[in-house]
Design a protein around this ligand. Sequence first.
Ligand SMILES: *Cc1c(COP(=O)(O)O)cnc(C)c1O
Length: 232
Amino acid sequence: MNERASSIRANLDAIRARIDAAARAAGRPASDVTLVAVSKTFPSSDIRLAYAAGQRDFGENYAQELARKRAELADLPDLRWHFIGALQSNKAKLLVPGVQLVHAIDRESVASALSRRALAAGVTVEALIEVNVGGEASKAGLAPDEVEALLEIARSLEGLRVVGLMCIPPPGGVPEDSRPAFATLARIAARHPDFTQLSMGMSGDFEVAVTEGATLVRVGSAIFGDRRAEGP
Ligand SMILES: *Cc1c(COP(=O)(O)O)cnc(C)c1O
């Protein structure tokens, strides 16, 4: 096994162990939490190494990058793709059909585009609504009091099913800084008994997210290392 393969495998093993411990400490079954390995900017060869180490869920935040990697990895049929970025309506066709979950819808135009595309493809697409729990002006996501309105619209759209919420808390210094945001997201989600997914927690704070009820944690750099530059 080369060095890159053993480093990715060791990182995945360590993160899975930490997720299991955090879940146990919170009295939750570890099987409630899915690790989404965020592979953005990293090559498909790294995704193959993670796959060989047992990882199946991968997250990308540029539609073209996801589509390219999906084609490069088409021989791995049980790999699941998560789109975790901000989606432009005209890119929905790159994701549907084939994407497991769209994590971050925050406006009607994107919900409509996904619905149209799903109907054309004869599938149902599952999505989460991104909530700006930190209230930062520059951040993506809906204000907590805007969630209900988008949910109403989404429920009226065929081919689209909203199954939960997602957030990216303001960058903090220590993991605990994210807890209030995670708790807020969980509280909003609790008003909707039909929700099954809470996507929250990244490399720096996924254990806190698990103790606050995350069902999907999105971890990139702790698996694959530092990203040199972000971009498609
Ligand atoms: C990049 C990214 C992540 C992963 O971040 P890390 O800190 O590298 O774990 C998670 N969620 C979203 C939405 C991202 O864009």
